[in-house]
Design a protein around this ligand. Structure first.
Ligand SMILES: Cc1ncc(COP(=O)(O)O)c(C=O)c1O
Length: 396
């Protein structure tokens, strides 16, 4: 029964322990800024809310700037946050086989109309922020590093602003949560003012989140995940509902509220285990990447611009047919093989009213040939070898 109900999570999140629910010695904001080596951080109810606060603050200072440039392949929540702030989305393609923005295209997109550009550290990989900053500063455009998937990576060094997500399954979580940081003192004060205005106290919403975090503490393990994650995912896959299977079907309404001390304490306590957990993930990833790279033709997306973190491994297959054939075999298994965002932003029907319908061939190609393998320590060697065997057979 236990074997049959063993499920790997799609990303390696740090499990929450019951002892994390005791009072914390230091606040989450203090612990996070020390660990991330960033100036004072603002705690928010989600990464999306952090982005809304950043954009709203910037927009107040530069009301004539109406556009935000984003990678064409990113989380749909980023598009929803921009729309929520009454701003327009401008898409930038990626470089081939990479999460980095196409710098040539970006050069043609920048102007005095642009409020911000959002280079994104997707999947824990560190993207090239320095080149983006060089181009953005010609027009005094703010660079917001989206590190939603990269808590603990070497990020936030070159951008003006950095944000993280503490959502379920992320490196560190309080079920839903986010962090926002900037080295710019006036901007930091502006974030505080905006957060006070945009994040009211909502008792029922917070109560719901506390219950969800209790559920997460109890069930984020290979047996609990079978019921709360695996079952629903397989049901969606059977119905060919791929967007629901990866959880890309977001609501336009963005919850905006304060986070209680309880949930902040849990994350602050769990932070003490994060460095050793990230180290473990790093070592495991290095070994497994070596094994994957022995398979002819597959490419692992790696870091060129700083040390990242490894919640999962992003793998590019030679063709979309091969990627899909692998997913046919592995997606509904409990091995933690899945896809990140199913589409580029313009390819989601529900985003069509807010995202320009333009072609971004490199981002489309990246979305079409990529799959992810969990880097959870719960994925055993034997299970990992099973994955490699399937990939090898199909690529050969
Ligand atoms: C790249 C990226 N940006 C932003 C977000 C939004 O973060 P949150 O889910 O905490 O609102 C996510 C969520 O996963 C993300 O992956």
């Amino acid at each position: 029964m236990f074997r049959r109900h063993y499920e790997n999570p799609p990303t390696a999140g740090l499990p929450i322990k019951w002892r994390d629910w005791r009072p914390a010695k230091q606040s989450l904001a203090v612990v996070a800024s020390q660990f991330l080596q960033l100036p004072a951080v603002e705690v928010t109810c989600s990464g999306t809310a952090a982005l809304v606060i950043a954009l709203s603050s910037l927009a107040q200072e530069h009301p004539q700037r109406k556009t935000v440039i984003v990678p064409a392949y990113t989380c749909p929540l980023v598009a929803l946050a921009i729309y929520h702030c009454g701003l327009q989305i401008q898409l930038c393609d990626l470089q081939p086989n990479s999460i980095d923005l196409d710098i040539g295209q970006l050069t043609g997109l920048v102007s005095n109309d642009v409020l911000a550009v959002i280079p994104t550290h997707l999947g824990g990989r560190v993207t090239d922020v320095q080149s983006v900053k060089q181009i953005a500063q010609r027009y005094q455009i703010a660079v917001i590093e989206d590190a939603a998937q990269a808590v603990g990576a070497q990020v936030g060094r070159y951008g003006d602003i950095v944000l993280f997500s503490l959502a379920a399954g992320k490196g560190l979580t309080m079920y839903e949560g986010g962090l926002l940081a900037t080295a710019n003192l006036p901007m930091r004060a502006q974030f505080r003012t905006t957060a006070d205005k945009l994040l009211p106290w909502r008792t029922l919403r917070e109560l719901k989140r506390i219950l969800e975090l209790i559920g997460y503490t109890a069930l984020y393990n290979p047996y609990g995940l079978h019921f709360v994650y695996g079952y629903g995912r397989r049901k969606n896959l059977n119905r060919q509902q791929l967007i629901s299977a990866v959880g890309d079907d977001f609501d336009f309404a963005i919850p905006m509220h304060q986070v209680s001390q309880w949930r902040q304490n849990v994350a602050a306590n769990a932070f003490s285990r994060l460095p050793s957990f990230l180290q473990l993930l790093h070592q495991q990833a290095q070994q497994r990447i070596q094994q994957l790279e022995r398979i002819d033709g597959v490419q692992v997306v790696q870091d060129k611009y700083g040390q990242g973190v490894w919640p999962f491994i992003m793998l590019l297959l030679p063709t979309v047919q091969q990627r899909d054939a692998i997913m046919d075999k592995l997606w509904s298994s409990p091995l933690g093989v899945t896809r990140l965002f199913i589409h580029t932003l313009p390819q989601y029907d529900y985003l069509q009213p807010i995202v320009p319908k333009i072609d971004t061939p490199n981002a489309q190609d990246f979305a079409a040939r990529m799959l992810t393998i969990t880097n959870s320590p719960w994925l055993t060697e034997t299970q990992f070898e099973q994955i490699c065997k399937v990939i090898q057979e199909i690529v050969a």
